[in-house]
Design a protein around this ligand. Structure first.
Ligand SMILES: [Zn+2]
Length: 410
């Protein structure tokens, strides 16, 4: 999902002013004397409003994504397209139905997405992009995903036809292999440069040496604007894994924040969380496609006459497959997100065990709300279950406040 970006001159100036303001706040908070626990920051009224709007838009768009294939199935649209084009081959027919469904899916999201981006512009006090510029931009942006989804759907359809009983297994293996290639090759596709020798960079390298992370495994990521990338992340998997630090933030933030961030990423690197993630993802793919196969079989046993097809190996069954996969995806999201939040929580714990400085983590996480116009420290349970990969800022601050290093506790 795209965040709003303004290409107007005024938007650019405002963005620069906001970054400068953010830097001032960061410095002020870093030099403050820590007296007791870090309080949970209070979000602005606009941030709370944006959070609500963003959740409603996300939720309604998910419902629309379910309703669309239902409309195809109930109206028999897929079957009608299939009758007219089947003489050109079932794969072409399937691709046509898939492309139609994915294009419509992208289009029906636009009205609510416009409401969300307008709300975001309000919170940032920047002018919303004119509608006539915004729509072509959105269409162009969704084009690659529509093409990719269509190609992927045709490949799955080919597997279904080649192996009607085991397609789910081959599809899971295929997606797993593809994600492995993407994860292993990620450092090649992410622009970065070697870490240098400035005082903070030397401190990071020295800190890394203490936990056995070689200098070659740390690099700087250059982002423009600086807040268009995350603070730091680990890319790659196994021998290719690499810790990337946002160069702009490295230069503008207090040293203690950079070291705390690096300590968090150290856990992802040392434990090779991307490898763990890939193993879990492979398991999810297996369950996901097996569940889809079973549900489709049950649905076809009951409704094949009404639907006009009796197998998912038929082109007209494409909307049914999409509907079932979308439902399984929504059911799978909460446990997946809870697992990801657990991994991130453990990275916070690992980082604090290394630095022993809860105040630094608390102040840093607190600053994400105090320097943002749309961030809320305690998102709704809906957001945490369906949309968040990290623990809430409030819980991270509370954990940092309560943290006592194991060595000190013993
Ligand atoms: Zn992390």
């Amino acid at each position: 999902m795209r965040l709003f970006t303004s290409n107007s001159a005024s938007g650019h100036v405002l963005r620069r002013a906001r970054i400068a303001f953010t830097a001032v706040l960061i410095v002020l908070s870093a030099v403050s004397v820590f007296a007791g626990p870090v309080p949970i920051p209070v979000p602005t009224k606009q941030a709370v409003e944006y959070h609500t709007v963003s959740n409603i838009v996300w939720g309604v768009n998910q419902i629309l994504a379910l309703l669309l294939p239902m409309v195809f199935l109930i109206s028999g649209l897929g079957t009608r397209i299939s009758f007219k084009t089947l003489r050109y081959g079932k794969y072409l027919t399937f691709a046509l139905i898939a492309a139609t469904l994915f294009v419509l899916n992208a289009l029906i999201r636009l009205p609510l997405e416009r409401i969300r981006t307008n709300k975001l512009s309000q919170t940032r006090s920047v002018a919303a992009e004119p509608l006539l510029q915004w729509i072509p931009g959105q269409v162009l942006e969704s084009l690659p995903s529509v093409v990719l989804a269509t190609v992927a759907a045709v490949l799955v359809f080919w597997l279904i036809n080649r192996s009607p009983k085991r397609w789910w297994l081959w599809t899971a293996i295929g997606f797993s292999a593809l994600s492995l290639v993407v994860l292993v090759g990620e450092p090649l596709f992410t622009g970065h440069k070697p870490i240098g020798r400035t005082p903070i960079e030397s401190r990071v390298v020295e800190f890394a040496g203490r936990v056995g992370i070689p200098k070659d495994s740390i690099a700087l990521e250059t982002c423009e604007p600086v807040d268009s990338c995350v603070d730091a992340h680990v890319v790659g998997l196994g021998p290719t894994r690499l810790i990337l630090l946002n160069e702009g933030l490295l230069r503008s933030r207090p040293e203690s924040w950079t070291l705390q961030t690096f300590a968090h990423e150290s856990k992802h690197f040392v434990m090779d969380d991307n490898l763990t993630g890939w193993v879990v993802l492979t398991f999810i793919f297996l369950v996901f496609f097996l569940a889809a196969d079973l549900v489709c079989r049950v649905a076809l046993r009951r409704f094949s006459v009404r639907l006009g097809f009796d197998s998912i190996a038929q082109a007209a069954a494409m909307p049914l497959l999409v509907l079932v996969l979308s439902i399984v995806y929504l059911i799978a999201l909460p446990p997946i997100n809870l697992f990801r939040q657990h991994v991130e929580f453990e990275a916070d714990r690992y980082g604090l065990e290394l630095t022993g400085n809860g105040e630094v983590l608390g102040e840093m996480v607190s600053s994400w709300t105090t320097t943002s116009t749309f961030r809320v420290p305690e998102p709704s349970p809906f957001f945490m279950l369906f949309r968040s990969s990290h623990p809430s800022d409030a819980s991270r601050i509370a954990f940092a406040n309560e943290f006592r290093p194991k060595r000190a506790a013993e």
